[in-house]
Design a protein around this ligand. Structure first.
Ligand code: PLP
Length: 365
């Protein structure tokens, strides 16, 4: 059995180790100057100059962003069901109701017509997910939002650097969240970055992050401890300097897979979109699970299904969606398979991945 090519591989180098050492030696490890610098650099590089507020996870970022925007009990927020559960969880954690809408099967992102059909008098917001690193259809979603006086929040957990019509994701909504979990396109160990439209939102997220305090012991609102440490920020800053090179490598790897894979549906890139390939996700119509097993067990190619159970059918979130039927979401959950695309792949790894996928596709055809 050939050596396993992993589905994802965080890259931690000497720069990250030196940055952590620098912080540890300083003796000040909690939120401080490294976090401030990371926020500044992240907003400038990845969010069109918007203000960024660092928190200790992407999930905390969504939760605090929603609370800062005033979302709570009695409100509805439209989200996709085909995403990681953190999207709907964060809405539910505010006391609001996540309302699940169907996706388009080509890009796996929210279908604007399905979103419009899900609007009720209680709907306050739409939270698209730029799934796998492909931007959601923000032009059409903006038109829906404007027609119904809704706000947009972006779950950009998987989409650092993705663009639509030349604008970076993270600049389309009242706030956006980027995850910094180790398997994401860049990491801080754990962490999240909230980028915001205006200074009132920035202040509200900062207060919620720090027990409701701007001035020490003068707590203004009830808040959390969701602060990022300077240790994590130092790792994130080092990663940020390498991100554009890694993204270009992901895109080059994806281009080769697009050219050479046969017998499977390769990822679609919408007009005007720049895909950053957090995942390279193919669709396998016949026996996806057998395909996945054969790739791993016979060919040593790591792979993953993101996500096998749509959120509206998870035990945790199903109570928000009684009787709901989302056909494209079901079709995606039954057929998607993500294969390695990460920047550490060698040309030899790509040869092996292409050969294996084409062989398994041919055998199953
Ligand atoms: C689409 C999506 N939303 C939210 C999250 C939550 O981010 P985190 O794991 O940093 O809390 C993730 C990542 O796991 C995600 O993929």
């Amino acid at each position: 059995m050939p050596e396993l090519i992993p589905a994802a591989k965080p890259i931690i180098g000497d720069e990250e180790r030196a940055a952590v050492d620098r912080v540890l030696r300083s003796g000040m490890v909690a939120q401080g100057p490294e976090v401030a610098a990371f926020e500044e650099e992240f907003g400038a590089q990845l969010a069109g100059g918007r203000t960024a507020v660092a928190v200790n996870s992407g999930t905390a970022g969504l939760h605090l962003g929603l609370l800062a925007a005033g979302i709570g009990s009695g409100d509805e927020v439209i989200v996709p069901s085909f995403t990681f559960a953190a999207t709907g969880n964060s809405v539910a954690l505010t006391g609001a109701t996540p309302v699940f809408a169907d996706i388009e099967l080509d890009t796996f992102t929210l279908d604007p017509a399905a979103v419009e059909a899900a609007i009720t008098p209680r709907t306050k917001a739409i939270m698209p997910v730029h799934l796998y690193g492909h931007p959601a259809r923000m032009r059409e979603l903006r038109a829906v939002a404007d027609r119904h006086a809704l706000v947009i929040f972006e779950d950009a957990a998987q989409a650092h650097g993705a663009q639509l019509d030349g604008a970076q994701v993270g600049t389309f909504g009242r706030f956006a969240m980027f995850s910094l979990y180790p398997t994401k396109n860049m990491t801080s160990g754990e962490g999240g970055m909230v980028v915001v439209e205006d200074q009132a939102m920035a202040r509200a997220v900062r207060l919620l992050r720090n027990q409701g305090m701007e001035r020490q012991y003068a707590n203004e609102v009830i808040g959390f401890n969701a602060r990022m440490t300077d240790i994590h920020a130092a790792i994130g800053r080092a990663q940020l300097t390498k991100l554009s090179g890694w993204t270009a490598q992901r895109q080059a790897n994806a281009a080769r897979l697009d050219r050479e894979l046969r017998g499977v549906q390769t990822p679609v890139v919408a007009d005007g979109a720049t895909h950053v390939y957090h995942q390279y996700t193919i669709r396998v119509e016949n026996d996806r699970d057998g395909f996945s097993r054969a790739l791993r067990e016979e060919h040593g190619i790591g792979n993953g299904v993101y996500y096998p159970i749509p959120n509206h059918r998870l035990e945790s979130l199903a109570p928000f969606a009684p009787g709901l039927d989302l056909p494209n979401t079901e079709a995606a959950a039954a057929t998607v398979l993500s294969i390695p695309v990460h920047p550490s792949l060698t040309d030899g790894d790509l040869d092996r991945i292409i050969e294996a996928v084409n062989a398994v596709a041919k055998a199953g055809a």
